[in-house]
Design a protein around this ligand. Sequence first.
Ligand SMILES: [Zn+2]
Ligand SMILES: [Zn+2]
Length: 461
Amino acid sequence: MSPVVCIGTFSLCRGFYFKDKGIPVTVSLFYDLFFIELHFEPAKLSVIMSFGLFFSGVVADSCDNNGFSCLLPGTMFVLASTFLAQKQAFGLELHLPFAIFACGKGPFKRKETIMLAYTFVEQGRFELREKPRPELQDGRDAIVRVTLGSICTSDLHIKHGSVPRAVPGITVGHEMVGVVEEVGREVTSVKPGDRVTVNVETFCGECFFCRHGYVNNCTDPHGGWALGCRIDGGQAEFVRVPYADQGLNVIPPSVTDEQALFVGDILATGFWAARISEIKEEDTVLIIGAGPTGICTLQCVMLKNPHRVIVCERSEERLRFVREHYPGVEVTTPEGCKDFVLCHSAHGGADVVLEVAGGQDSFRLAWECARPNAVVTVVALYDKPQLLPLPDMYGKNLTFKTGGVDGCDCAEILSLIEAGRIDTTPLITHRFPLERIEEAYRIFENRLDGVIKVAVTGRGR
Ligand SMILES: [Zn+2]
Ligand SMILES: [Zn+2]
């Protein structure tokens, strides 16, 4: 085989291999061409060089993000073989800078640009894929290295096709904490190195709704639930957060990642629900549903010190969890709920009802258990339309408040966690690394093994 064909084949192989991994190969290929063009005589040495680069790509591929030490020998090999090739052929001076440049564009570049991301492929199918690492797109963006994430029921809604605005191909996940890697020019509230919570809502902070604290209705085209739905989310190694000044909150040093994990989504939801429900100290409060959001709501309701809190839940396992962790709280089941509330309230029903279950009959149960002039807050997301039978409730004069979290209280929630007044860590029943997220989904989705919430640890923590 002629030396040119030989070198060309190796270069081409390496080119395709790198291309497949998303690595820019232009520079090193240019270098090869330059090398071949000028000096195809010492072909053997060029082949060694090409081999070296290819080998380093394989080494880089087989080690993980924190495997710098594994990466090093591969790179040294490339450098050495290139160096030798050049030295024997032309002397060192001319080509050493090129060699370093080519190596830098090879394995090192790959480590920076490729990451694992759990991806919404099509209805019914999520997959862990390699994707380019996100980059800043706007001066108000931040890139966050995800250290801990979680799986939310809303992720399952995307998987099962009940979130029509979810875009196939996006990385899912909207519950996460991490470390700021990079910020855009206009970001002022966080800096690289800060540990942060990420808000499920993306909001501009400037429009009419944002200025009034109704951030869920932000009119910005990117506003609302974007992360892990319309744009790439956080079940990945890195995530780009738009409007970082609004969407990120710095975690106090004494608060752990696990303590802060739910701040940006389910805890924000519970906090918001309790805040808008006008709870007074003499009230009997009924919470329907003791899933993860129900428990977060319960904790936030308890901050208001109501006279009595009743939790209604169908699952015996979840009722046991409530009994165990919140001994002062009364529990009941949907079947016995109406009678139980009647017996345990002073005015013919609960003063405040928070509906967090989203079950088939839970909306009806909510207004039926409410006393006249009560507040009924509906946090739940339903699969189907719900009936509001006004004739049946005529004269009850109920006030309904309906859901869609305004997640703008994250700083306050973090300070309550810091003060030891909120603790959602008992909700984390399972822990998996990102590489095993499939398994985490299987357990969460099928409610196996007593799961409440799963924590997914990022790479390179
Ligand atoms: Zn969620
Ligand atoms: Zn806005």
